[in-house]
Design a binder for this molecule. Structure first.
Ligand code: ACO
Length: 324
């Protein structure tokens, strides 16, 4: 069994508001707010901020909150789709920066990465492999965005969130339910192609492309099914959920999911207005913010659900405990 022993977050210092975007794009605050719920996002200021530095910042905060030092961490997992280099992994670079020794690796499941990482870590705990795992969700999708594409630049922000996961004898702790799903035939509706992609011209810049309407439809359908299936398999009713932590992509998606699953909208936590869609970082940043406000109580039932490029989606259910 394991529990979330610490949480942390790191966000870039540069704030870009809807009005900032409207200064050079044919868009406006009203359109962006009503279609997405986003008011502003954080964007990397310069090369001193990147996926590795944000990951390390979030990790340090989580470790401090858990009273863990580098020598206590047995494994580092980073969920990211925007590493600063392909080899070695972001997790290796973060481990080196923080003085952590042991296995370190990345997971790329786009915006579902944190939930996929949670289930992988849960598997390690089920095998009694580790005492403490550092799991980070971090992305800097602004590095892939065409700043003049009003359909994507309004949506995404950069950031990192981290949790330390620690072994416990508490029989109520650990994952109560998991669903990892996806449909790779939908890959073209949201993608970033590298320069070495066979269909990309030499030296062409690679930008994120997205069919927003299709992503929206798939997200609502798949998230609803994933959460319902996972609750069902764990014998938990929608009304018994204390907190819903959905990937922060669009507040309208979150509204639709609550309505379809008959979950009280107030239980669905949001901070999308401040950060936009931070991809793999969105759920752990939200978790860290709410934990910081001491809003979770011992035994609270938390449902995490991510969805993103691939398409990938997945749900994890666990109870919140303050202490071992
Ligand atoms: N400002 C003003 N007008 C705009 C903007 C803008 N920023 N962007 C698009 N428009 C226009 C379009 O050109 C279109 O005009 P037209 O009717 O004259 O053609 C009109 O607004 C409607 O555009 P739609 O794309 O149909 O708008 P929609 O209501 O679908 O909202 C949005 C678009 C916000 C992108 C929505 O589809 C969405 O949120 N989709 C999900 C996206 C998502 O979750 N992506 C992340 C997945 S996670 C990951 O892995 C990264």
């Amino acid at each position: 069994m394991f529990y979330i022993s610490g949480t942390g977050k790191a966000i870039p210092s540069q704030i870009v508001t809807n009005n900032d975007l409207a200064l050079y794009l044919d868009t406006n605050d009203e359109w962006i707010t009503s279609r997405t719920g986003i008011k502003e996002r954080r964007i990397l200021k310069d090369h001193t901020e990147n996926t590795v530095t944000l990951s390390a910042g979030a990790a340090l905060e989580a470790m401090k909150n858990a009273n863990l030092s580098a020598k206590d961490i047995d494994c580092v997992i980073v969920a990211t789709a925007s590493p600063i280099q392909p080899i070695p992994s972001t997790a290796n670079l973060v481990a080196e920066m923080l003085g952590i020794h042991g296995p370190a690796f990345d997971i790329n499941a786009a915006c579902s990465g944190f939930v996929y990482g949670l289930s992988v870590a849960g598997g390690f705990f089920a095998q009694n492999m580790y005492e403490n795992i550092l799991l980070i969700g971090a992305d800097s999708l602004s590095t892939y965005i065409d700043k003049h594409d009003r359909s994507t630049v309004i949506l995404f922000g950069d950031g990192a969130g981290a949790v330390t996961l620690s072994a416990t004898e508490n029989p109520q702790a650990g994952l109560l339910g998991i669903d990892l799903s996806g449909d790779s035939s939908l890959a073209p509706i949201l993608e970033v192609r590298n320069n070495n992609h066979p269909e990309i011209e030499e030296n062409a810049e690679s930008h994120l492309t997205m069919n927003g309407r299709e992503v929206f439809k798939v997200a609502v359908r798949s998230v609803e099914k994933s959460i319902a299936t996972t609750l069902d398999s764990a014998n938990i009713k929608g009304q018994d959920v204390d907190w819903l932590l959905l990937h922060q992509a669009n507040v309208r998606i979150i509204d639709a999911i609550c309505e379809r699953l008959d979950i009280d909208r107030e239980k669905a936590l949001t901070n999308i207005e401040k950060y936009g869609n931070t991809s793999a970082a969105s759920i752990p940043i939200l978790l860290a913010e709410v934990a910081e406000q001491n809003r979770f109580k011992d035994g609270d039932l938390l449902v995490f659900c991510g969805f993103g490029a691939g398409m990938t989606w997945g749900t994890c259910i666990l109870r919140w405990f303050e202490n071992k």
